[in-house]
Design a protein around this ligand. Structure first.
Ligand code: NAD
Length: 431
């Protein structure tokens, strides 16, 4: 089948490459000329395991093409997937301008009937505006559908080949059968519904996962207060099949390009519908508080004063296996810590090039060599649970540091082993 993908970011590029691998003819369009130039030269603009191989294969077989021309991308496409960004507005609302402008360009380039599929995360009801924009810019017939994306950065390729479900929202039988055909080779339960329900599934999924994270973080604070161990509490909770263990790991809270903005968007969207989603506001508040909570732990360790302390941050990306820094907890933490006039060095296995510009603004030093970043530090703060941090030579680490203090913002390290080596260890709800 011939498919056009609009937007070659994390979602668009992965979707394009996966569809090409499944045997579709895919043409991906982006307004970012630099990105398209890089993709044409077989350079992947971000780090995502397994992506380069399937992009290269798709291009080599001529199943996957990149362009900045909508006309070229849409020529003969039976389906067009909108995968552009839907960032937060400064005031917390949602910015749909990229989606609307993509819709207009698609309409202008349409030559024959096509199903226009919204993969970007948009609030329920946005479709009416998209329909109007398209109708105002073309006489060609089309149908609309929503296929929200659930991939996780860091395992996006694997998630796309083996999703937990495929949600197809549409009011058109023609669009439904076409989308079922496009996804035929992927084994996963199908949820077929109306467009609004499909869009709400996406927001509800992210809101629920964020809720789990904030819930366990609140329980972790209680653990700290009474001297209980959150790791044991998590184990005891997770073994209950009604609860499950995923997303129940206490830590510094959620970040990334999706959860923070989608939770905010759902709160704003609910308010516009006349419903005050107070519950989600608490989820957000608990998440925000985790940064202050870690800083309060640091203060306790240093007897109140942080000024002049030398800190090393381990992990900058918002989660492991990605170089995405959007809403990274590390960046937020660094910004808060800088107010305390501390000295900060940082390490990340892949995100160091991305942070170079930001490092100047933040006035921090970033290192490619983890041991260099640790030298002469008063405290190590683990923010992102990259596997390499568990495998560090901690005897060497202790020797390199001015004081052997470790704050584990993800409860990720082997605390008993570290305490034996002589570290002062503090986790979140676990010591
Ligand atoms: P991104 O910022 O990585 O990529 C968006 C791309 O769209 C950019 O390359 C940009 O240049 C391009 N673009 C913007 N306007 C355009 C236009 N008019 N025409 C063509 N291209 C245009 O975004 P992303 O992380 O891939 O997210 C895309 C959508 O998918 C968002 O709504 C997001 O919430 C949702 N989503 C993201 C993830 C994720 O993990 N990143 C997961 C699920 C859903």
């Amino acid at each position: 089948m011939k498919i056009a993908i609009v937007g070659t970011g994390y979602v668009g590029l992965v979707t394009a490459a996966v569809f090409a691998k499944l045997g579709h003819r895919v043409s991906a369009v982006d307004i970012d000329e630099k990105k398209i130039k890089a993709l044409k030269a077989n350079k992947i603009p971000f780090f995502e395991p397994g992506l380069k191989a399937i992009v290269s294969e798709g291009v080599k077989k001529s199943y996957l093409k990149f362009t900045t021309s909508y006309k070229e991308a849409l020529g003969g496409a039976q389906a067009v997937f909108i995968c552009v960004g839907t960032p937060s507005k400064a005031n917390g609302g949602y910015d749909l301008s990229f989606v609307f402008s993509a819709a207009k360009e698609i309409a202008k380039a349409l030559k024959s009937y096509s199903v226009i599929v919204i993969k970007s995360t948009v609030p329920p009801g946005t479709t009416a505006q998209i329909r109007e924009i398209i109708q105002n810019n073309t006489h060609i017939s089309f149908d609309l559908a929503s296929c929200p994306e659930f991939l996780r950065e860091g395992s996006a390729v694997e998630d796309s080949f083996h999703p937990a479900r495929i949600v197809i929202g549409t009011e058109s039988e023609k669009a439904k059968s076409l989308l079922l055909k496009i996804h035929q080779a992927i084994e996963a339960p199908r949820v077929i519904c109306d467009i609004k329900s499909a869009q709400l599934i996406k927001y509800a999924a992210n809101a629920f996962l964020a809720t789990k994270i904030s819930f366990i973080n609140a329980i972790a604070i209680l653990c700290d207060k009474i001297g209980a161990d959150i790791l044991k509490v998590e184990e005891g909770l997770g073994l209950d099949p009604r609860i499950g263990k995923s997303f129940l790991q206490a830590g510094l809270g959620y970040g990334g390009s999706c959860f923070p903005k989608d939770i905010q968007a759902l709160i704003v969207f609910a308010k516009r519908q006349g419903y005050d989603f107070d519950f989600l506001k608490q989820v957000e508040l608990i998440n925000k508080h985790q940064i202050d909570y870690l800083i309060s732990k640091l203060r306790k360790v240093f007897g109140g004063e942080l000024k002049g302390r030398r800190l090393t941050i381990l992990g900058l990306s918002f989660k492991p296996q990605t170089d995405d820094l959007r809403e990274s907890r590390a960046i937020l933490l660094i910004k808060e810590l800088k107010k305390e006039r501390v000295k900060i060095k940082a390490h990340d296995p892949v995100a160091v090039p991305q942070i170079k510009k930001l490092a100047k603004v933040l006035n921090i030093k970033c290192y490619k060599n983890v041991y260099e970043s640790i030298k002469n530090s008063d405290v190590l703060i683990l923010v992102t649970e990259w596997p390499i941090y568990r495998k560090l030579d901690f005897v060497k680490v202790k020797k390199l540091m001015r004081q052997p203090i470790l704050i584990d913002g993800r409860n990720f390290l082997e605390k008993e082993k570290l305490k034996k080596i002589g570290f002062i260890y503090e986790g979140i709800g676990s010591r």
